[in-house]
Ligand binder design. Structure first.
Ligand SMILES: Nc1ncnc2c1ncn2[C@@H]1O[C@H](COP(=O)(O)OP(=O)(O)OP(=O)(O)O)[C@@H](O)[C@H]1O
Ligand SMILES: [Mg+2]
Length: 252
């Protein structure tokens, strides 16, 4: 059994069946990529895992425990963190303050944004945030305002905000979207290092096949809300169903 088990998950938006009947198992300590064309239902699936959407049908379990019916905060506390497709950072706070936010919420569960001055005194939290910033190579940017950073740095900050929650499962929705190639390669190296160092299982949604084939150990291809094929990267490369799903757009 995988660390994450998705069984018969369906989700409808009005007349649109965004997810049909999704079955997916993510093995512990692996990187599992979910690929597919725009609108395939990839983000919807992740939203169903973290309490942002409630699936109409099916079950989702993490380490044998259901994630359905739980609040996003509870799911976080169980060890599941997510980097969203659209960065959710606090633009006017510094890098360091951003990283301390989930850190504090994780430990105490009572964080309020207007209490930022209160958390500045928490030494253990500071140390934790500093260690994470070292891991993502952002310690030299700790006092920069989040809004002033490049897109790539914002994504790395988001990853840091997830890592302070000490996740066992990290869900990444297009972590390299909009990045220049050099930034993308840095992100690949960074995620690989983090995975080794912290024993984190990763489920990653990506359009960039360079990222997918550099990182993934298993790949699920989703099209129109249904998994078409799940296999190793070697077998996915050149798979006729994958070409069909992408209408020739993917470089696989
Ligand atoms: N909250 C919503 N209300 C209505 N329709 C939605 C909602 N969220 C997503 N959809 C629709 O569901 C389908 C799947 O969307 P989703 O965002 O999951 O696709 P995706 O695979 O993540 O695409 P992309 O690669 O472009 O990010 C799309 O047709 C989208 O327009
Ligand atoms: Mg998406």
């Amino acid at each position: 059994m995988g660390i994450l088990e998705i069984k018969n998950v369906g989700k409808r938006f009005g007349g649109l069946q965004a997810l049909g009947d999704v079955n997916l198992s993510v093995a512990e300590n692996t990187v599992h990529a979910i690929i597919g064309p725009n609108g395939a239902g990839k983000s919807t699936l992740l939203n169903c895992l973290v309490g942002k959407l409630i699936p109409d049908t099916g079950s989702v379990t993490f380490q044998g425990q259901s994630l359905l019916g739980r609040s996003p905060h509870e799911i976080n506390q169980m060890g599941v963190s997510r980097v969203f497709q659209t960065p959710e950072i606090f633009a006017d706070l510094t890098v360091f303050e951003n990283v301390m936010i989930p850190c504090f919420a994780h430990r105490d569960g009572s964080f309020k944004l207007n209490g930022i001055s209160a958390i500045r005194g928490q030494n253990d939290i500071k140390e934790m945030a500093e260690a994470i910033l070292m891991d993502v190579n952002m310690i030299d940017k700790r006092d920069m305002t989040a809004s002033s950073m490049s897109r790539g740095d914002k994504r790395r900050l988001e990853m840091a905000m997830c890592l302070v929650q000490e996740p066992k499962l990290l869900l990444l929705d297009e972590p390299t979207a909009g990045m220049a190639r050099a930034d993308t390669n840095n992100t690949i190296d960074l995620l690989k290092e983090i995975k080794e160092k912290r024993d984190i299982t990763m489920a990653i949604i990506e359009h960039d096949m360079h990222v997918v084939f550099s990182m993934a150990e298993r790949i699920t291809v989703l099209a129109q809300g249904t998994p078409l094929v799940e296999d190793t990267p070697e077998n996915i490369k050149g798979h006729p169903k994958v070409r069909e799903a992408y209408l020739g757009e993917a470089q696989v």
